[in-house]
Design a protein around this ligand. Structure first.
Ligand SMILES: NC(=O)c1ccc[n+]([C@@H]2O[C@H](COP(=O)([O-])OP(=O)(O)OC[C@H]3O[C@@H](n4cnc5c(N)ncnc54)[C@H](O)[C@@H]3O)[C@@H](O)[C@H]2O)c1
Ligand SMILES: [Zn+2]
Length: 357
């Protein structure tokens, strides 16, 4: 049975979750079939684009264009954006059209930005195929591309018409990417606490491909992210809690030239930030963090990364406002995040040191 999780707000939309979803059927009654384009990357496209195109056509959609970009973060670039937009124009996607973004967070972020800007906006349907995209990037409306000067510097908030997450797509997802998605799941479970924390016991089974476990964790994550985003869509306050593990995590990613996967950097970042949390609030959650990160098959350290490089990247991070303090999301306890906690350079450096040495 498919499950529908409503994302509230001005233009509410559903996240449809299931295994082996009838795509056209799931959209019926919600979005009228019409001209559309499919954006994907060549990896995901090779596995799933044909089946998605056939499903759309069966449902009365007219697929005018299938645009494939190379897999990986490099496709969140002005160059790829320009090429994809040109392809849509050449193939004749009209203003009343819809863009389906089939892929991981890269295709979702690029496709969302493309849908927001192509002809001043066409419809968007997110078809997340990585675990990370299902639990995190496809929900919440942030889209964008990178500049040589930094990640996600060009973007827009966009509400998709729908998100359809077919867990069957995960069967072709490499193991390492499953672990990366679980990093965000663990993050949200720690932020949420309660029943979600208890369900984090399923992380090991989910990693091993147990679809019941995966589904439980995806549904939990989508609901949690939806509730946080609903309270603060434009990230003026509480939405910032979703950056737990990301302040140091982003610093580590940048310091190693994005050679480490985002989820892996976030896992290491959470351990460093759990350490800072303990120093600030006295509650020691390091053991719990280590256990969960281990269950997910994620690293707890990033050896060989230089502390100075991490701090430099953190200073450059666009979310920072003041010069010599870093702003962190820390945990007073499980389920009790505190955001905007100011941490000096030295204290931050010590926390980084412990996970990179
Ligand atoms: N918009 C947001 O709120 C938000 C939140 C978190 C992350 N992000 C962004 O998401 C991106 C990371 O997303 P990601 O981890 O999904 O990366 P990704 O899109 O690069 O996907 C990871 C890899 O898995 C492959 N893949 C995806 N689904 C597959 C499948 N079903 N079968 C086989 N291979 C598959 C892709 O081809 C790629 O090689 C980053 O750019 C990050 O900035 C955005
Ligand atoms: Zn993240």
């Amino acid at each position: 049975m498919d499950e529908r999780i409503e994302i509230g707000g001005d233009n509410p939309y559903p996240v449809v979750l299931g295994e082996g979803i009838d795509l056209a059927g799931a959209l019926e009654g919600m979005i009228e079939g019409g001209p559309c384009a499919l954006l994907t990357d060549s990896e995901v496209g090779a596995h799933h684009a044909g089946e998605v195109v056939r499903a759309l056509e069966r449902g009365g959609w007219r697929v005018v264009s299938v645009v494939e970009v190379p897999p990986g973060e490099h496709s969140k670039s002005l160059e790829t954006y320009g090429r994809a937009a040109a392809a849509l124009a050449r193939d004749g996607l009209t203003r009343d059209g819809t863009l389906f973004a089939l892929g991981g967070g890269v295709v979702g972020d690029l496709g969302g930005f493309l849908a927001a800007t192509y002809m001043r906006g066409v419809g968007l349907v997110m078809l997340p195929t990585s675990l990370l995209a299902m639990v995190d990037s496809a929900v919440g409306g942030k889209t964008g591309i990178d500049l040589p000067e930094g990640k996600n510097l060009l973007g827009a908030f966009v509400r998709p018409r729908a998100v359809v997450a077919d867990l069957a797509w995960l069967r072709t997802l490499p193991e390492r990417e499953v672990s990366c998605g679980l990093a965000e799941v663990v993050k949200m479970g720690l932020l949420c606490g309660g029943g979600f924390l208890e369900d984090l016991a399923l992380v090991g089974a989910a990693r091993g491909g147990d679809m019941v476990a995966v589904r439980t964790l995806v549904a939990r994550s989508v609901r949690f992210k939806a509730s946080v985003v609903a309270s603060d869509e434009r990230e003026r306050g509480r939405r910032a809690i979703l950056n737990y593990g990301h302040t140091i995590g982003h610093g580590i990613e940048a310091a190693c030239g994005y050679e480490i996967r985002h989820g892996e950097a976030v896992a290491v970042g959470m351990l460093a930030e759990a350490d800072l949390s303990r120093e600030r609030f006295g509650r020691d959650l390091l053991g719990l963090h280590r256990e969960l990160v281990g269950l997910a098959g994620l690293p707890s350290r990033a050896p060989g990364v230089r502390v100075g490089d991490v701090l430099l990247a953190m200073r450059r991070d666009k979310k920072r406002t003041q010069k010599d303090v870093h702003r962190f999301v820390l945990l007073r306890d499980v389920g009790e995040p505190v955001w905007g906690v100011e941490v000096g350079e030295e204290e931050a450096g010590r926390a980084v040191e412990r996970v990179v040495a």
